[in-house]
Design a protein around this ligand. Structure first.
Ligand code: MV4
Length: 451
């Protein structure tokens, strides 16, 4: 097992990783920027290294500073968390070259699944369902031929994009030229990879993702799915497990094809396969996230597993020595609300001093957060303050528990999206479990918040 892990992240996920390390008896090194000197992940770590000024590019994204911090503290592994360097295959490769274990998949697996055209080819090979699509497009004429073959509407995507960046919906042939030019330009300037491709466009889908965990000995657990449809501008807002749209048969069938694909491509560590589901319940593969995700907590609540501890253990070479059907089972329902520091009307980030902080508690309530009363939320990073997670025997019970917990949550000094969550959990579509990726947009445009 590792003796010391450097945590190359901040906020709630840095604390989350630190807690797993503590329970595994592993020493921790926090890294932080100037404005994070008083952050909780710094306070709780065994050692801390200041790696630069507030700007991420000069601190949490600054590879030489982070690898130097690992070297001077003699850390034997680096956990990247999510965001920042977590999906940077070159960073993973450099860690390896310096004799430091990158806690994540191999750089090769990160590249193979991180590139969306390659990921689609891989998925197709192993029978993972996917939408009609094109190879890498040569030019606008090629795009038009492929779009006619696939049938409109189609969507242009950048192979190196992700999380909704670099996408263009194309509804008719006359839009192809303009969309191709702008998508191509965005791919060339915004991503390392200039390739663009086409897919059949699915209107108002659900977003469902499957969690996997693979060791270095061919062992793989498929840990079920999460429903992530409640999002705004590609930022997830509320997630749950299991998905109200999933059946045991579909889950089982997906688990089998996913298991084979990840096993045969030599994938290790945690990974998430993103899908969309159309109105008749058909799933189609979109892309793979090769990191621990914000919403991993809902899977933890319904499986009883510590996914970050398991991710660390498999990175150290440990075996998942039981088949998943024997090691753990699904229990109940979990919901996560992402509590953000933001303007409730404009959704603009709302950094500032937290004057009062009282998180909810009680049966079935978990709060993962890096903030406290007296902490000043910096403006340089994302606006996630806390993840409020509840677990209950049924979905209906989980909704009641989440409403209760939201009512208890007191955050003073800054504005938050707690009221948005209360509205969501009162929405008929959300209560019925029939939400899509357009539900929040629909709710916000329909009527003003009740008094
Ligand atoms: C799509 C799609 C419809 N059809 N692809 C957005 C994020 C990126 N991971 C893929 N995305 C989408 N791809 C096809 N062929 C709709 C979306 C999409 C979406 C997907 C997941 C979660 C939220 C979303 C919001 C809008 C659009």
């Amino acid at each position: 097992m590792f003796k010391k892990i450097l945590i190359a992240n901040r906020g709630e996920i840095a604390l989350r990783i630190l807690r797993a390390c503590r329970e595994l008896g592993i020493k921790t090194v926090a890294v932080h920027s100037d404005v994070d000197a008083r952050a909780l992940h710094v306070r709780f770590a065994d050692e801390a290294v200041c790696i630069g000024p507030a700007a991420s590019a000069k601190s949490y994204l600054h590879i030489p500073a982070i690898i130097s911090a690992a070297e001077i503290t003699a850390a034997d592994a680096i956990h990247p968390g999510y965001g920042f360097l977590s999906e940077n295959a070159e960073f993973a490769r450099l860690c390896g070259k310096c004799g430091i274990t990158f806690i994540g998949p191999s750089p090769e697996a990160m590249r193979a699944w991180g590139d969306k055209v390659t990921a689609r080819t891989n998925a197709a090979r192993f029978g993972i369902p996917l939408l009609a699509g094109s190879p890498v497009l040569e030019d606008a004429a090629h795009a038009l031929r492929e779009a006619n073959r696939i049938g409109f509407p189609v969507i242009l995507k950048a192979s190196g994009g992700g999380g909704g960046r670099g996408m263009r919906i194309v509804r008719s042939p006359n839009e192809i030229d303009g969309a191709f030019a702008s998508a191509k330009h965005e791919a060339e300037t915004g991503f390392k990879n200039p390739d663009v491709y086409l897919e059949k466009y699915v209107d108002r889908p659900r977003h469902i993702e499957f969690q996997v965990l693979a060791d270095h000995h061919g062992g793989i657990w498929t840990l079920g799915e999460r429903e992530c449809s409640l999002q705004r501008r590609h930022q997830k807002v509320l997630e749950e497990a299991p998905s109200p749209a999933m059946t045991a048969e579909k889950r089982q069938a997906m688990a089998e094809v996913i298991r084979r694909a990840m096993q045969e491509t030599g994938y290790t560590s945690l990974g998430t396969l993103e899908f969309i589901m159309d109105e008749v319940g058909e799933l189609a593969f979109l892309e793979v996230n090769t990191r621990v995700q914000v919403e991993h907590t809902v899977t933890e609540m319904v499986t009883g597993l510590d996914l970050v501890a398991l991710q660390i253990r498999v990175a150290a070479g440990e075996k998942l020595d039981l088949p998943d059907t024997r090691a753990w089972s699904f229990r109940g329902h979990a919901i996560e609300c992402r509590i953000n520091a933001e303007d409730p009307v404009t959704f603009a980030p709302w950094p500032g001093l937290i004057t009062e902080y009282f998180p909810p508690g009680g049966t079935g309530v978990r709060v993962d957060s890096g903030v406290y009363g007296g902490w000043r939320v910096p403006s340089s990073y994302d606006s996630l303050l806390a993840k409020l997670v509840v677990h209950a025997p049924t979905r209906a019970d989980a909704i009641l528990r989440m409403r209760r917990a939201l009512d208890e949550f007191i955050i003073g000094g800054i504005r938050t999206n707690i009221d948005l969550h209360k509205r969501l959990l009162a929405d008929p579509e959300v209560i019925a479990g029939t939400m899509t990726t357009h539900t929040i947009e629909r709710m916000l445009s329909a009527k003003p918040a009740p008094p």
